[in-house]
Design a protein around this ligand. Structure first.
Ligand SMILES: O=C(O)CCC(=O)C(=O)O
Ligand SMILES: [Mn+2]
Length: 197
């Protein structure tokens, strides 16, 4: 399968632009939109509570729980379509995943701010396999140091693509999906993760 190493310093990031065939990717988008039990969580920053600017869901093995942005979530039991995508990933890369965080960006106003996937539940060198369905969105990476000279990278994540971030990537880089004023449709992103105990 066609893959591309991003070759950024202090990272290990591989991009598979055509991981899922377009037709399958569209079908999965529509079925997940229906099947997933979406919630809009609250987030409290400096004592003020906001609605998270996207819908979220968390699925996985039943014995795992996870704290994300201060919210502890118990995973819902796997759906067939989520297990199918997981098996596609696990047949391409030598990693095992026991959970998935799913985001639904309803339009260009929905987004995720700069962060690292460095929660302690993921262990010191987390592997994150990120599958995108639906509309193209910009994915921006920023190195935590060298802020002045702006060591950063942007790529468009199209529907059907897979982005794998491994090793020391989360330790050194943050990432975001910024808001866009372009009139665009919805996007679902699934980040498969392995919770270590
Ligand atoms: O939507 C994306 O591509 C990224 C989502 C993300 O960074 C996350 O869920 O931690
Ligand atoms: Mn993330």
């Amino acid at each position: 399968m066609k893959s591309l190493n991003l070759s950024l310093p202090d990272s290990s990031i591989t991009f598979y632009p055509e991981f899922l065939p377009q037709k399958l990717s569209n079908q999965l988008y529509l079925s997940l939109l229906e099947e997933v039990d979406w919630t809009q969580n609250d987030i409290t920053i400096f004592g003020k509570t906001y609605k998270v600017p996207r819908l979220e869901a968390w699925y996985g093995d039943q014995d795992k729980s996870y704290t994300y942005s201060g919210i502890t979530m118990s995973p819902k039991p796997w759906l067939d379509s989520l297990l199918f995508i997981k098996s596609q990933i696990e047949s391409e890369i030598p990693q095992h995943f026991n959970s998935v965080l799913i985001n639904y960006y309803r339009n260009g106003n929905d987004r995720v701010g700069l962060h690292s996937d460095d929660e302690k539940e993921l262990g010191p060198l987390p592997s994150i396999a990120s599958v995108s369905l639906g509309a193209d969105r910009l994915f921006r990476l920023k190195h935590k140091k060298f802020k002045q000279n702006g060591l950063s990278e942007s790529l468009t994540l199209p529907g059907g693509s897979l982005l794998v971030m491994e090793g020391i990537t989360q330790k050194h880089w943050k990432h975001e999906v910024p808001r866009t004023s372009k009139p665009i449709g919805g996007r679902i992103n699934l980040t498969y993760r392995n919770i270590v105990d």
